[in-house]
Design a protein around this ligand. Structure first.
Ligand code: BEZ
Length: 174
């Protein structure tokens, strides 16, 4: 029997998993919260005008919902190599338990861009984040498309996220 690795996606992986997987399930990581605090110089912005993309920040009492992908252990090295390259702008792999809605739990891997990385932008008022996302574009497309795809996917999966939805409202209001 082949063993599996669970990869947790909370950003673009939720709506654009460009790798093979055996199954996917909504999952949660405890003690983390999604924030648009990571700069994107290579995908949704450019070095002179970075966009903002999601990272996870450690926050006691919070939990972040996303999608867990079950991948073959044999494929994992290749998939992680691809993702390490795709997400080379400051993200590192992290390991922690993932919780499913049925109460089951598995060990998962996810990517986190922490405040020590060169592209980190950190917190800003929601209106400023919305304005930066609205005006940013990069080789992978507009920053607004990234935000809207993420918000749509979260709604589809019934995952609440005040941070994401308030940025989306801020963009619509502009
Ligand atoms: C994600 O979970 O969608 C993700 C976020 C940052 C880097 C890689 C993957």
């Amino acid at each position: 029997m082949t063993s599996s690795i669970w990869l947790f996606g909370y950003g673009s992986l939720i709506w654009r998993p460009d790798f093979d997987f055996n199954s996917s399930r909504i999952a949660w990581v405890d003690g983390w919260s999604r924030r648009f605090w990571q700069g994107s110089h290579d995908h949704r912005g450019v070095p002179e005008a970075p966009g903002r993309v999601a990272t996870l920040i450690p926050l006691i009492g919070e939990r972040c919902g996303g999608m867990a992908f079950e991948i073959d252990a044999e494929s994992a090295v290749r998939i992680f190599d691809q993702l390490d390259y795709r997400e080379k702008n400051g993200y590192e792999r992290f390991q922690a338990p993932l919780y499913f809605d049925d109460g089951n739990q598995v060990e998962g891997v996810f990517y986190v861009a922490n405040e020590d990385n060169h592209a980190y932008l950190g917190p800003a008022p929601i209106e400023k984040i919305a304005a930066q996302i609205k005006r940013s574009h990069g080789p992978s497309g507009s920053n607004e498309e990234y935000l809207r795809n993420l918000a749509d996917a979260l709604r589809r999966h019934k995952i609440e996220d005040d941070h994401v939805f308030s940025i989306e409202s801020g963009i619509i209001a502009r």
